[in-house]
Write a protein that binds this ligand. Structure first.
Ligand SMILES: Cc1ncc(COP(=O)(O)O)c(C=O)c1O
Length: 414
């Protein structure tokens, strides 16, 4: 018998399955489960007819480059379209700063490979996106968490943490943030705080990694374009590595996203990407480009904002009806997620088995905390299920919480 652990790199030895993927396995085992677990876009919003027309045109065989290897940086017309998107977000960019990636997840992986050595410290929010945790952990970087306020990362705690970690002789390379409708909390970093973060990064010589896949999905009842202005838009000194994606606005299956970074870093990302996959799928990039060029993306955005806002309303109404005051959450102003705090005696991870038996799943909060916190918090995605499923799922969740409360109180009774 070969012991394959003897053949693993030390980095691979530390790799762990993500909690969200694990939920996917639970889901695959049962058809009747309503899933609030993965942050999937709603498939009924995909512009299927337009995708069909575009792919038909692209696959006529008149342009062989559609199915060829392409430049690592990406398909030129798409890069130009992205320059326009960045401009519309307030950030002037240029082609020596841009790189198309196979999803923003690959962007995070490239950032980790290019910018982190084993033992380097990445500051992250408490909580933060699990995919970033995975990417940073895979290169044996260490994450140190910083408390959040209602308007994002707490600046005093941030500076204290940085100084403490540096005093321990460790090197802090970057702060990773998701300023718009953070996965998992749905929170926005406040406008003034964005400016102060840039000043802080400059003063302390730390890079900011700004991950921004949800920016377009702001809910117009409470949030405007000005609230979602990227930190990158005001970065005059080259402190920000910015990532964004077409996954939430067109479809995640295309795996088309981008990094905008200072040119010397962008050049290294290109080299790292060459080793990973040579280039992002040519057909995917063409389809995404055509969606930009034919105005399909622009048409989709208001539709998506309304779609997800309506689902947010259905979920918050159902939660308020089913739970009364027993559960609390910051009202999401955009994005896919609702971050719900349960009664303190409930452990979200321990309750999953009961929830799954009752036909509903979610992601337990602990997965998003690098300090082991979050026991009584859960992330609920309202993006994919129908209104009816959201209402049903919340009712199942409420029944689960009631059963769990009864079980925990009888467990502590003498
Ligand atoms: C904050 C954040 N970053 C990155 C990603 C990865 O997106 P992509 O599909 O572009 O790889 C996600 C996906 O859920 C996300 O929530």
């Amino acid at each position: 018998m070969i012991n394959y652990n003897d053949f693993l790199s030390s980095a691979a030895g530390e790799m762990q399955e993500s909690a969200i993927r694990r939920m996917g396995t639970v889901l695959a085992q049962s058809r009747d489960i309503i899933s609030f677990a993965p942050g999937y876009p709603a498939a009924e919003t995909f512009p299927w007819q337009e995708f069909t027309a575009i792919t038909r045109d692209l696959l006529l065989g008149t342009d062989a480059s559609t199915l060829q290897y392409g430049p690592t940086r990406g398909y030129k017309p798409l890069l130009q379209a992205i320059e326009g998107i960045m401009q519309a977000r307030g950030a002037k960019t240029s082609n020596d700063r841009l790189l198309i990636t196979t999803g923003s997840q690959q962007g995070l992986d490239l950032v980790a490979r290019v910018m982190l050595d084993p033992g380097d410290v990445v500051l992250v929010e408490l909580p933060t996106y699990t995919g970033a945790i995975t990417a940073f952990r895979n290169v044996q970087a260490r994450m140190v968490g910083v408390r959040q306020d209602a308007d994002g990362v707490d600046l005093d705690a941030l500076d204290e943490t940085l100084l403490r970690v540096q005093a321990e002789g460790r090197r802090v390379r970057m702060l990773y943030v998701v300023p718009n409708f953070q996965n998992p909390t749905g929170l926005l970093i406040g406008r003034e705080k964005r400016t102060r973060l840039l000043e802080w990064a400059d003063r302390r010589n730390v890079m900011l990694v700004e991950d921004d896949p949800y920016r377009e999905l702001y809910f117009e009842d409470s949030t405007s374009e000005a609230d979602v202005r990227p930190i990158r838009a005001d970065d005059e000194s080259g402190r920000v590595v910015y990532l964004s994606s077409f996954s939430k606005t067109l479809a995640p299956g295309f795996r088309v996203a981008w990094i905008d970074a200072p040119p010397p870093l962008a050049a290294k990302f290109e080299l790292a990407k060459q080793a990973a996959d040579l280039c992002t799928g040519a057909l995917d990039q063409r389809v995404v480009y055509e969606c930009c060029h034919r105005g399909i993306l622009a048409r989709q955005l208001p539709i998506l904002r309304h779609h997800y806002q309506a689902k947010r309303d259905v979920m918050t109404e159902a939660l308020a009806r089913e739970f009364g005051g027993e559960m609390s959450w910051p009202a999401p102003r955009g994005g896919f997620f609702l971050w719900a705090t349960l009664p303190p005696q409930i452990d979200g991870e321990a309750m999953i088995a009961r929830a799954a038996a009752n036909g509903v799943i979610y992601v337990a909060g602990e997965a998003f905390f690098v300090n082991g916190a979050g026991q009584n918090i859960i992330r609920l995605s309202f993006s994919a299920p129908s209104h009816e499923k959201i209402r049903d799922g919340v009712a199942r969740l409420a029944a689960t919480v009631r059963e769990e409360l009864a079980a925990t109180s009888s467990a502590v009774a003498p």
